[in-house]
Write a protein that binds this ligand. Structure first.
Ligand code: PEP
Ligand code: MG
Length: 321
């Protein structure tokens, strides 16, 4: 890490006029937390729990998962550790589940859709996370939600998991925050309604850009279209943050866009509370935020929201920031 970045480690990501954004880390295993802390992460905004399921021959049981989550939660100290429930399918296959091949895996049987159909998989995971919550501050985050009904079913299952844990005499946290990833256009459009049920939103731009622009996130031949500054994407993001604010919940982002310093300035101006990213990106995002006022950022945002083209926005931001 460059020396001037190392000096930023314990400083907050705060604008020159006092607007603070929490900078958190995206992790794949509990072993990543120590590294994240060296970059100044203020907790974990996305623990991709599917990695606990990968690289093995069978489904990890409740105890295996509990150990992995507990370790991550403990390492976060008193800071929040947001554990995303398994996001299997799409670009993350899991051979031992024997999911039949699909024509459109990104539009298919994946993430919360699997969790809601496979209670045998989902219950042990929920119980493991609730138990880990006893060792720090935990959030449960549900991927790929498209409607309120899915979220309500997840909440019901969380309550059932608590009842089972009580009967089994296992300690668990009763106060975990439960939120969703906003990574489908349907969820983003419905955030004014979803905000009445969830504790937080975390915007997953890797998928949100893909679904909004009908543009495969991994297809190099159309990567020129895949732009998080596309006005359609920016409007969905702004809507999500506004819905959160109007309903008194927090909105964050854990997609790759959060690690783009120029995007971070726009998101801060929109009112985002938290940005979660791969740990090495934290210092440069922090530096950008610490060197601008929220007033200036809002002026830039106002200009950007009048523009009609994502490439134009990208170029404009590169010029003014
Ligand atoms: C996202 O879609 O932005 C996200 C963070 O999730 P993943 O990249 O794991 O799909
Ligand atoms: Mg995603």
């Amino acid at each position: 890490m460059a020396a001037h970045y190392a000096q930023l480690k314990d400083l907050p990501a705060v604008t020159t006029d006092g607007v603070k954004v929490d900078l958190m880390a995206n992790i794949g295993t509990h072993m990543d937390v120590d590294n994240a802390l060296t970059y100044g992460a203020e907790g974990v905004g996305l623990f991709r729990s599917e990695f606990v399921f990968m690289g093995r021959q069978d489904i990890p049981n409740e105890e295996d998962q509990f150990k992995a989550y507990k370790e991550a939660v403990e390492k976060c100290g008193g800071n929040l550790c947001v554990i995303r429930t398994m996001d299997i399918g799409g670009d993350k296959p899991l051979p031992y589940l024997n999911i039949p091949a699909e024509e459109n895996p990104f539009l298919g049987y994946r993430a919360v859709r699997i969790s809601l159909q496979r209670r045998d998989l989902f219950m042990p995971q929920l119980k493991a996370i609730l138990r880990a919550g006893k060792f720090g501050k935990v959030g449960i985050m549900v991927p790929m939600v498209i409607n309120v009904a899915e979220f309500k079913k997840v909440k019901e299952l969380i309550e059932e998991a608590k009842v089972e844990l009580t009967h089994e005499g296992k300690a668990f946290a009763d106060d975990v925050q439960v939120g969703i990833m906003v990574e489908t256009p349907a969820a983003a459009v419905m955030t004014p309604v979803l905000a009445k049920y969830v504790d937080f939103f975390s915007i997953g731009t890797n998928d949100l850009v893909q679904y909004t622009l009908a543009c495969d996130r991994g297809n190099a031949s159309i990567s020129y279209l895949y732009n998080h500054f596309n006005p359609a994407v920016l409007q969905l993001i702004q809507r999500t943050i506004t819905s959160a604010r109007e309903n008194g919940i927090w909105a964050g982002m854990c997609g790759e866009m959060a690690s783009d310093p120029n995007a971070a300035v726009l998101l801060m101006a929109m009112g985002i509370s938290e940005l979660s990213m791969s740990a090495p990106s934290i210092p440069r995002v922090k530096e950008k935020i610490r060197n601008i006022s929220s007033i200036k950022a809002k002026e830039i945002l106002a200009d950007v929201m009048k523009m009609e083209d994502g490439d134009e926005i990208k170029a404009y931001l590169a010029k003014v920031l």
